[in-house]
Design a binder for this molecule. Structure first.
Ligand code: UT7
Length: 326
């Protein structure tokens, strides 16, 4: 059976760090509150004048270098992002051109924090169907471009980064094994950006009213994130006859340490089986999952079962069973 395997992981992290001490100077907050309520110590911030494509290009090049493959060998480039370089064309087109992936077609996927997992699923299906040989799936978000640094409820959470995975076909029982995704548009009002789209295009009024930033009702999102991430992961594991003992690592979207701990507990997974790097990067939206794989890749061995899980605006959520391939 033909499947898509991850054969390399790359990343890009901006050098500039925004610490909790820095945020204490911007809004009424404390290092203690941020650490206790979110688990975040610092995040990275991309400099002005650079966008999501800049980070996506660097992450994609890193992945290709690690596999020693030329960009011309790529057939498909998907960029997962809520902060595209421009409203159009797709950031994927800018990235493909810049890295020299001249034979690739590509597009962006926007499903809030679930963008990367959905993009990975689409690319994996294209490879499994034999339509595509090699694909790059990149999660890249410059969250600092849509965060209101006067809003303490959101500015302490988010950061900028990119992560990229290279997908190649395999006949071995490794790679993307199965996934389950869901969405519920009734959650839209709890986490969204009010202006900048076709219903409320940018205007002096929308800018004055600070409507071009992430709006979040944190408590509502928190509750749903815990319940749904755990439920969809459990359903996927049950469907495939997987018990907690079969799982090498749970790879959750990094939105809040407390959400991750609660979801892991519901799944019966100890924290030493949970990938965690939110303390260093915060919530990087589309980049959290590839960044986890990037940070933990030395600890993984071929055949390890991973459950990737996500929850985000939309609401969108899902889980994907991955068998590590290298
Ligand atoms: O990735 C996309 C999905 N997003 C998520 O999964 C995020 C989900 N939500 C969360 O992570 C949490 O809800 C937050 C971290 C956003 C907030 O934590 P919380 O424990 O839910 O706090 P809260 O919103 O219930 O607020 C509790 C108190 C409030 O004060 P009062 O009304 O009790 O006086 C807030 O005003 O904490 C206050 N507060 C803060 N205090 C210090 C909110 N933000 C801050 C802050 N520093 N940065």
């Amino acid at each position: 059976m033909r499947r898509a395997a991850i054969t390399a992981v790359g990343a890009y992290l901006p050098e500039k760090r925004l610490t909790n001490a820095d945020l204490e100077k911007l809004v009424e907050t404390t290092n203690e509150w941020i650490i206790e309520r979110t688990g975040i110590q610092e995040r990275r911030i991309l400099s002005r004048g650079k966008g999501s494509a800049y980070m996506a290009i660097a992450a994609a090049q890193d992945a290709l270098r690690r596999r020693n493959l030329p960009a011309e060998s790529i057939d498909l480039v998907i960029v997962a992002t809520v902060t595209p370089e421009h409203p159009f064309p797709a950031t994927a087109n800018i990235v493909s051109h810049a890295i020299g992936a001249h034979k690739a077609w590509g597009f962006d996927v926007e499903a809030a924090c679930s963008s990367f997992l959905y993009a990975l699923s689409i690319a994996s299906d294209s490879i499994a169907a034999g339509r595509v040989q090699r694909a790059l799936v990149i999660g890249s978000d410059k969250m600092s471009s849509i965060i209101d640094y006067r809003d303490r409820a959101t500015c302490v959470i988010f950061g900028d980064a990119a992560g990229a995975v290279l997908l190649e076909p395999t006949e071995e029982p490794v790679g993307v094994m199965d996934y389950l995704h869901q969405a519920d548009g009734s959650g839209c009002t709890f986490l969204h950006m009010k202006a900048g789209g076709s219903v409320l295009p940018p205007s002096v009024r929308t800018v004055r009213n600070r409507l071009h930033y992430v709006y979040q009702e944190g408590k509502q999102v928190f509750k749903q994130a815990v319940v749904q991430m755990a439920a969809v992961s459990e359903a996927l594991m049950q469907k495939n006859g997987l018990s907690p003992d079969d799982i090498a690592f749970f790879v959750p979207h990094q939105a809040n340490r407390r959400i991750i701990e609660a979801a892991a507990q519901r799944l019966g997974l100890p924290m030493d089986k949970v990938m965690l790097n939110i303390d260093r990067y915060g919530n990087t939206t589309s980049a959290t999952l590839p960044l986890c794989l990037y940070d933990y890749q030395e600890k993984l061995k071929k055949g390890d079962n991973l459950i990737l899980a996500t929850f985000g605006g939309g609401f969108t959520w899902g889980a994907l069973w991955l068998r590590w391939a290298f």
